[in-house]
Design a protein around this ligand. Sequence first.
Ligand SMILES: Nc1ncnc2c1ncn2[C@@H]1O[C@H](COP(=O)(O)OP(=O)(O)OP(=O)(O)O)[C@@H](O)[C@H]1O
Length: 578
Amino acid sequence: MEGARPQEAPLVRCPVCMWELPAAHINSHLDGCLQQQLAAEQPERSPQPSSKKMRLCGPPAGSSEEQEGGSGPSPSPVFPLFHKGRAAAASLGAPGRAGGGDAGQERGASPAPGFSEPGGRSTALSGETVAQKLEGKPLADKLRPDTLGDYVGQEQVLGAHTLLRSLLEAHEIPSLILWGPPGCGKTTLAHIIANNSKKNGTRFVILSATSAKTNDVRDVIKQAENEKRLFKRKTILFIDEIHRFNKSQQDTFLPHVECGTVTLIGATTENPSFQVNSALLSRCRVIVLEKLSVDAMEAILIRAIKSLGIQILGQDEQHIGSANGSNSKSSESPVYIEEKAISTLSYLCDGDARTGLNGLQLAVQARLTAGKISHWTSTQGSSVDGIFITEDHVKEGLQRSHILYDRAGEEHYNCISALHKSMRGSDENASLYWLARMLEGGENPLYVARRLVRFASEDIGLADPSALTQAVAAYQGCHFIGMPECEVILAQCVVYFARAPKSIEVYSAYSNVKACLRNHQGPLPPVPLHLRNAPTRLMKDLGYGKDYKYNPAYKEPVAQEYLPEELKGMDFFKGRRM
Ligand SMILES: Nc1ncnc2c1ncn2[C@@H]1O[C@H](COP(=O)(O)OP(=O)(O)OP(=O)(O)O)[C@@H](O)[C@H]1O
């Protein structure tokens, strides 16, 4: 589901922190890593030369810790200043980890490669080291969890006693369709299943429906058949964005899923009931993943921040100003992030972990490039110089409206449905809200206007016939002036409709007529002869138009049948015969 990436430089793994980075940087990175490890192991034996660093690394001046600690070893070089805020707590107790774990175990996301101090104690790494860690693959890819233990959230499908979890633990993988919004962890879950199943020898093959051709699917299936026949090896076929395969392409693997040659795992952001072949769908379990919660996002971001060696600053303890006269080089300065920046990012990325991690990566890279060193002072008087990432920086990193709206997908239909129902329920506030959600998210105003034309007849109907005129006028108004000016035209129409009296009389009578036609057994009744036009002599001779009573020629009401004989007396408004 990710776009094509530029060619990447070969990566090598740092033997100290196990982080992968371009070969060109391994030497300088290794120096930094070794120094960091040394400092972490012997904080009290190798005092920092800078007095500011010393103050940061030790307990705050005059604190009880300082008095009691005396010359003895300090419990942590940095932690005393940062342990108060939610971030520190969250790092130890991340919410909703699908991985579960022992009751007594920490529930936070476990340290990613490169985070050397479990238990929330980390040393801020230098800007240069952080920059090196950000090179190569995108952060979101580097941090893709390999095990269920690191998979955050989605407890409704992966929690302790769920069916999917038991199946995964028993290495019994059924064919699955993973349905959920972008960045909620579909591909990640498939990778975890792959890792899991490799242990018992199952092959895992990945295809992306955006690039794979039908022949690619055939090749995979042929190989799967051979593996099954010759080596009794199972194959799991993961198809990303399965909805992009057309129905006939989906048909290609249907019989092979049915006979067990391959176990299919499809990922889709689209409602599979519309996008996946119903025969295929009936052979797969649909797993519905949800947008990641704000708490889950925070846990993912904190794990990323720690893996990069960035130190989190507590919310109530900071003041940032320019570091006038600082002699430190930005590449050597430690990197810090405000706790507030993390919570803001968790909210703004709308449950999409890739967006959140990309936003974080961009914010950090932008600060490192700017190389601006700031001065930080805690309320207890401790201070430090470093590169700081604030809430504003992550907002810039996101560079997008936080109103996320998938114009082509599920959300488009959900929102229009919510608008329709709010107007029907005469809730003018909700109606305006759903309208704004769509327009601010980039919806085409003409699409909304067309839906309003429909609503005018379906829900207001003859209770206020001018509603239809309003809707058509709103459509034309939008057509003339476009967005953003036309938003108020739609808003006016939506409020008019929410306040209007409602009638579904015509709509339901028409539905009854349609049902009558659909349910009719045998050939449809002929049009009664008296209602037929008789433009030719032959037609007249055949009885067309015979005995027809021309209503304007009568002063009194005319008794005449207009329905076919067999429907005589039918009242579609009441849904029965009179
Ligand atoms: N539940 C999760 N726990 C931990 N990290 C996650 C989780 N979900 C997503 N991520 C992170 O977000 C990144 C993107 O997630 P993933 O590719 O699985 O999303 P997706 O649902 O397949 O999205 P898309 O439909 O856009 O491809 C992953 O590489 C991983 O770093």
